[in-house]
Design a protein around this ligand. Structure first.
Ligand SMILES: Cc1ncc(COP(=O)(O)O)c(C=O)c1O
Length: 447
């Protein structure tokens, strides 16, 4: 059955060609590499994706937050093409090239804090996190690392050890890296009813201080690694006082504060970086995803004296900061700023939150609609038992892509629907996607 709107056009999903490729995929590609949809892409531009069967989708997943500037923006494609024609990879360790230095300079200038900083470039988010931890340990001479419940930092051994969702990320994958400790992260939807918001923040900070008495001493901790808004964990926005309290505690105890802005960066939350909402200047930041419009590159930015604690050969890698990645990132950042995408993120976020708060009035399994900028989410729970509705969200996201909107779940219970659409999405595209998602939701809810 063909369903058509102005932008969306979908028949059976997966279509015939995708089905064939799926067979090949299942035969030759690891099962462990999960897929959120069964489609194969033919081309994509802006917020639209066309699959090999000619189906057109609105992309509300944005390659898990990598596409704030959308698919294939012209300036980025041109920068990549021109760079590939000049040289592809002399390897920065062997023969240096200007785009690496330019990108380091831009990142140093744009990240919060006027202090002297330096950057290094890598390939993936997890690799940035690994390096941030190495640098923090070298600088402080301490080994302990504190991360948070529900946090996600990647799939390599150390990043996985910092991560806090067991299935599917850690199950039977241990033993994990030692000297990693998990503190509690506030979650307003789970606040005990007996506490006011202020009392809950106080309670969370008290727990955080207790943690350094019961779990590990501050003298042994090199760094606290925090996502200023948790991504995979369910788009959980912590109270500002909590983030500032943790930051102050770190300052007082010679612990470095590492902000993992891999999912929150480059305009998503309404500022260039989410740390700006909380008025903190992290000692170290990890960046990736929307840094380069989907090209694989990541960065660590740190205060100069911290970054320079590592000596030549202790950091880097063959492909870290590839010229094409640097060229893509420079063009991407220019677009984020020129098009004022942080401002656009606020507009998009306002529309999503208003829309689903209205829908929530008649759909009582929506327990929460929240957002910081365009980092928005809907959380589904049973209204009587408060149990997270994992199966419902799984059915819902599937029904959404079958109706032409690609959208992802999140949360340790996978009961959250999160929005990561390109920030270049037009109002018309956004409205069509929201309308389709709402129709699908009402159909599933009312049966
Ligand atoms: C906050 C955060 N840190 C780290 C990572 C890991 O990045 P990558 O998948 O590029 O290794 C992710 C990926 O989702 C992330 O959201």
């Amino acid at each position: 059955m063909q369903k058509s709107k102005k932008y969306i056009r979908v028949g059976n999903i997966p279509g015939e060609k995708s089905l064939h490729l799926l067979e090949e995929r299942n035969k030759y590609v690891s099962k462990g590499v999960g897929n959120n949809t069964p489609i194969f892409v033919k081309r994509a531009h802006g917020a639209l994706v066309e699959d090999v069967d000619g189906n057109m989708f609105l992309d509300f997943a944005g390659a898990i937050g990598s596409l704030n500037v959308g698919h294939t923006p012209e300036s980025v494609v041109t920068a990549i093409t021109e760079q590939a024609q000049a040289y592809i990879h002399p390897c920065f360790h062997v023969a240096m090239y200007e785009p690496y230095v330019q990108l380091a300079k831009v990142l140093v200038e744009l990240t919060p804090g006027k202090m002297e900083k330096k950057a290094m470039l890598l390939n993936s988010g997890a690799e940035a996190v690994e390096n941030a931890v190495k640098i923090a340990r070298k600088y402080t001479g301490k080994h302990g690392i504190v991360s948070f419940s529900r946090g996600f930092h990647g799939r390599t051994l150390l990043a996985m050890s910092l991560t806090s969702k067991v299935k599917p990320y850690k199950y039977k994958m241990g033993p994990f890296a030692p000297a990693v400790y998990k503190a509690q992260y506030p979650y307003m939807i789970e606040k005990p009813e007996s506490l006011t918001d202020e009392e809950y923040v106080e309670y969370c900070l008290h727990q955080f201080h207790q943690f350094f008495l019961t779990e590990v001493s501050p003298e042994e901790v090199a760094a606290v690694v925090m996502e200023p808004v948790q991504g995979e964990g369910g788009f959980i926005i912590p109270p500002k006082e909590f983030v500032q309290g943790v930051y102050e505690f770190c300052k007082k105890n010679d612990i470095l504060f590492i902000a993992d802005e891999i999912q929150t960066g480059f305009g998503r939350t309404g500022y260039l970086f989410a740390s700006e909402h909380f008025e903190i200047e992290p000692d170290i930041m990890t960046l990736s995803k929307s840094l380069a419009a989907g090209f694989p590159i990541s960065a660590v930015v740190a205060r100069k004296e911290i970054m320079d604690a590592v000596t030549p050969g202790e950091a880097g890698g063959t492909y870290g900061g590839s010229p094409i990645g640097c060229a893509a990132a420079l063009a991407t950042i220019q677009k984020v700023i020129k098009d004022d995408l942080p401002m656009r993120a606020r507009e998009i976020g306002k529309k999503i939150v208003m829309h689903f708060r209205h829908v929530q009035k008649n759909v009582n399994i929506i327990a929460d609609v929240r957002g910081l900028g365009a980092m928005c989410a809907i959380e589904f729970r049973d209204p009587l038992t408060n149990q997270p509705l994992k199966e419902f969200v799984s059915t819902y996201t599937k029904a959404c892509y079958e109706a032409g909107v690609i959208v992802l779940s999140a949360g340790i219970h996978s009961n959250v629907v999160r929005f990561l659409m390109p920030l270049v999405i037009t109002d018309e595209e956004l409205e069509e996607g929201l309308e389709v998602m709402t129709d699908v939701l009402k159909q599933l809810f009312h049966g």
